[in-house]
Design a protein around this ligand. Structure first.
Ligand code: SF4
Ligand code: SF4
Length: 386
């Protein structure tokens, strides 16, 4: 028997977290007398900021190392997962990896009666409005917490790692048992707080796991390409279409690669108060992914299909409250915000303020000091009321 776990994480920001969880599973299972190994999906390397990536862990109580390696070692992706762990809940909107296999449902690999374990502060029903339907029942578990983002290659030691291990023991004790998790953490760190965090997550996850039936979830809106088998490769191999060479400023701005949009890379998206914009062009100039489109009225529309949520535009915009980064799970579509604004400025501003809420989020990515949350203000509209 083989138990398969995948850890879905955001490239670079959560790389160490994903890797540690995979390696911990192996060490805990080994201490339980099982055979295990962990590896990353090689097509995810080199990683790009925020790109959805995977680590895998395979555990068997009865196979030899060689047999387990032969079964699981040389595959691009996992065939099916007993548990699919997601350490940033915005990935429930779909994952589009660096090696481009299309925008795929986060629960794609979860087997019947398996479990999708999501670190999230959102309730199950909220997550399910983004997750694709499965033809069978499976379980959805949530572990209360936010995306543990700290910085480039920086591991944020906020106990997410330990809590995920505890939660994994709750949803599938056939992989690792909570007692073994506690003993491992105590032996390894001599820190009772870490074992306690795992135990508390274990107890909480038992209460926060529920069955998802085939009727629940959404009809998947993205085309999921069927990857060719190796014997179907053409002489030139399989390639992602590239942006045509040469710089050409089209009527709406930039040249982009339609074949690889990367919108699933973002944890937050910029909400723009167009009425406050002074048309300084900084967001348009500084966005590393060329997401801003100049409009005829001198404003800059955002293409959310290509925005990767890097926070740069919000950091450079000189006008307070003009660009604010907001939790991606507050949005259900990628429609043009500028079109909504021009249709009804008042309604758009009210909508934007509702989405912005009170919290203002900033990640000092380079320092790796974690998230800064401050309280925002509501700036009155600068358009005439109608
Ligand atoms: S967050 Fe702003 S700067 Fe970053 S990719 Fe999105 S639109 Fe561009
Ligand atoms: S940076 Fe802010 S003020 Fe400047 S053009 Fe962009 S939205 Fe407008």
């Amino acid at each position: 028997m083989i138990k398969r776990v995948e850890v879905n994480y955001r490239g670079i920001f959560q790389k160490m977290l994903g890797k540690y969880i995979g390696s911990d599973i192996v060490q805990i299972a080994t201490r339980m007398g099982k055979v295990a190994f962990s590896n990353g999906r090689y097509s995810d390397a080199p990683e790009r900021n925020g790109i959805p990536c995977k680590y895998f862990a395979f555990v068997s109580p009865d196979l030899s190392e060689e047999e387990l390696e032969a079964e699981c070692g040389a595959k691009l992706d996992i065939d099916e997962a007993d548990v699919s762990i997601v350490v940033d809940d915005t990935m429930v909107k779909g994952v589009e990896p660096w090696g481009w296999h299309g925008v795929r449902p986060i629960n794609e690999k979860v087997r019947e009666k398996g479990c999708l374990l999501v670190v999230s502060r959102h309730p199950h029903d909220h997550l399910l409005q983004f997750i694709g339907k499965k033809p069978y029942s499976y379980r959805l578990a949530t572990l209360e917490g936010g995306a543990s983002l700290a910085g480039l290659w920086v591991y944020k030691d906020d106990l997410t790692r330990e809590r995920v291990l505890g939660a994994l023991a709750a949803v599938d004790p056939g992989i690792i048992a909570i007692e073994a998790v506690e003993a491992y953490l105590l032996d390894k760190t001599k820190d009772a707080r870490r074992a306690q965090a795992a135990r508390e997550a274990y107890e909480a996850t038992l209460r926060r796991t529920r069955i998802v039936t085939p009727e629940e979830g959404i009809d998947w809106p993205h085309e999921v390409p069927i990857l060719p088998k190796w014997h179907e490769f053409e002489e030139t191999g399989v390639v992602v279409r590239s942006v045509p060479r040469g710089f050409q400023l089209g009527p709406r701005g930039q040249a982009r690669n339609d074949a690889f949009k990367r919108g699933t890379t973002k944890t937050h998206r910029p909400v723009v108060r167009f009425d406050l914009c002074i048309k300084c062009t900084l967001c348009w100039l500084d966005c590393p992914d060329e997401c801003f489109d100049p409009t005829d009225d001198g404003l800059f529309d955002v293409d959310y299909e290509v925005c990767v949520g890097c926070h740069k535009c919000a950091a450079v915009c000189p006008i307070p409250e003009c660009i604010v980064m907001v939790d991606e799970l507050k949005f259900t579509d990628d429609k043009s915000p500028w079109e909504a604004y021009t249709k009804s400025p008042q309604a758009y501003i009210e909508w934007a303020e509702l989405k912005k809420g009170k919290e203002r989020i900033a990640y000092p990515h380079v320092t790796g000091q974690g998230v800064n949350i401050t309280e925002g203000t509501t700036v009155p509209p600068k358009v005439a009321a109608v």
